[in-house]
Design a protein around this ligand. Structure first.
Ligand code: NAD
Length: 437
């Protein structure tokens, strides 16, 4: 049964805290298994990749068949229907247009002392994009990872995607093609992450690994962090829908179930000012679940983590939303912009009754790789910024060094770092000599 809460009830705070702290992913033993897999890939390279792929994905590979050939990609892509191709191209265009606006600008200025200062952005050289493929195919995730990387200017893009029993969704390869990625390996899980981080004879290592995946992928990304950069740990999906009493309960039920059908560990929450709306949405969810192809997954998610909260007013809803810090936040209210201004912790906000979250999974433009498990309090969804880094720049004239160098000498002395101070003092001495000549 989903949880029903009412902020007017005496035990509300207790129930809300229990809901917030409910553990939604169990990764016991996963870490040890992942450590062993990474060690194996580092030691035995391609051979380990082939053996692990046979074990987990039931696919016999050799080092020569780890990578999709151009002919294999072309043959798969040819199977895509014109309708699917058109939809994917629309998505790609919209995602590209959105992310093009995110590119940050370099800066440079000269201060009154004569120091020219600034910063410069440059792309990582090589990025590895993990595309999940164990239980479902995610062409949309290919676009969401590869397009920001391309916009940032990443030169080498690598995709790893598991192909259980050798089956690949051709749309995944078309999405890669549309994003200009042709280095695609048919491997998944922790072994794919290890291969991209450490490299093998066949796969050159990358500098940054991005993309969602299951618990093994998430644990592997954590373990290789430092050797390579990672984007974030994106866990089971979540949606919070805030609705007033003037909504279509069926629409809201579909939105809650769109998240629940992802994963038994997904979480869907409704906050409403209208107790009758809460009841109507709960009834609609119960009616719809048995009709879903993924009824078992959606049903388990709704039963274990589904939550309906009745609040006194929308200000109270915003305050609770900020405590939840949801991955996805839907505002189905009269003045969504006004409410959004109060909701400061959320990965992505969908404003108004005609902006279902699912449209953001595919075609609206913003990225669908988003922070989960309350990490929207301090982090953001995948963006161009994940594929660039900032280098600071400084150039001093002799006059600038004369003006600010003595303070550096003093501070170096206070830290006991003799060579630091001397490197500045030597130049200041030369400047003084020149001045007295
Ligand atoms: P996956 O590609 O993440 O994982 C499949 C791989 O897991 C296999 O190739 C195998 O190597 C490894 N594995 C499976 N069982 C193992 C075991 N017992 N020991 C060691 N390794 C094992 O695909 P998936 O399983 O379908 O999971 C995809 C996940 O990604 C889902 O949880 C989904 O919700 C999530 N997802 C998130 C987003 C997002 O943007 N946040 C998008 C798409 C998918």
């Amino acid at each position: 049964m989903p949880v029903f809460l009412n902020t007017s009830a005496a035990d509300f705070e207790q129930g809300f805290r229990a809901m917030l702290s409910a553990k939604r992913e169990d990764s016991s033993d996963v870490n040890d298994a992942v450590t062993a897999i990474i060690r194996d890939v580092r030691a035995r390279g391609d051979l380990a990749l082939c053996e692990l792929t046979a074990r987990f994905d039931r696919l016999q590979l050799t080092p020569a068949t780890l990578r999709f050939t151009p002919e294999e990609i072309a043959a798969e892509v040819a199977r895509v229907t014109p309708e699917d191709r058109a939809a994917l191209m629309l998505a790609a265009e919209r995602i590209r247009a959105y992310h093009a606006r995110q590119m940050p600008e370099d800066a440079s200025w000269t201060d009154p002392e004569g120091a020219t200062l600034g910063w410069r952005w440059s792309a990582v050289s090589a990025a590895g994009l993990y595309v999940p493929g164990g239980q479902a195919a995610y062409p949309s995730s290919v676009l969401m990872n590869a397009i920001p990387a391309r916009v940032a200017g990443v030169e080498r893009l690598v995709i790893c995607v598991p192909t259980p029993d050798g089956i690949i969704n051709p749309l995944v390869l078309l999405a890669a093609q549309l994003s200009g990625v042709d280095e695609i390996y048919r491997i998944g899980g922790a072994q794919a992450v290890a291969a991209m981080a450490y490299g093998t004879d066949t796969i050159a290592p990358v500098d940054k690994i991005t993309g969602p995946g299951n618990a093994y992928v998430a644990a592997a990304k954590r373990q290789v962090f430092g050797r390579v950069g990672i984007d974030m740990i994106a866990g089971p999906s979540e949606v919070l829908v805030i609705a007033d009493g003037d909504q279509n309960p069926d629409w809201l039920a579909w939105d809650l179930l769109a998240q629940a059908e992802h994963d038994a560990d997904a979480q869907s929450i409704l906050i409403t000012t209208d107790p009758a709306m809460a009841q109507a949405v709960a009834a609609a969810v119960d009616r719809i679940i048995p009709t879903l192809d993924r009824a078992a997954i959606a049903g388990a998610s709704w039963r274990d983590y589904g939550t309906l909260i009745v609040v006194r007013d929308l200000a109270e809803a915003a305050a609770l939303s900020n405590r939840i810090a949801p991955e996805h936040l839907e505002l189905c209210v009269d003045d969504p912009e006004g409410l959004a201004a109060q909701c400061i912790h959320a990965g992505a906000i969908f404003l108004g009754a005609h902006t279902p979250e699912a449209v953001g999974d595919y075609v609206s433009g913003p990225n669908h790789v988003l922070p989960t498990a309350r990490s929207a309090r301090f982090s953001s969804g995948l963006s161009v910024m994940d594929f660039v880094k900032r280098t600071t720049m400084a150039r001093l004239t002799p006059g600038a060094l004369a003006a600010i160098g003595p303070a550096a000498v003093r501070l170096a002395a206070s830290e006991g770092l003799q060579a630091h101070g001397a490197s500045v003092q030597a130049r200041l001495g030369t400047l003084n000599e020149r001045l007295t000549e």
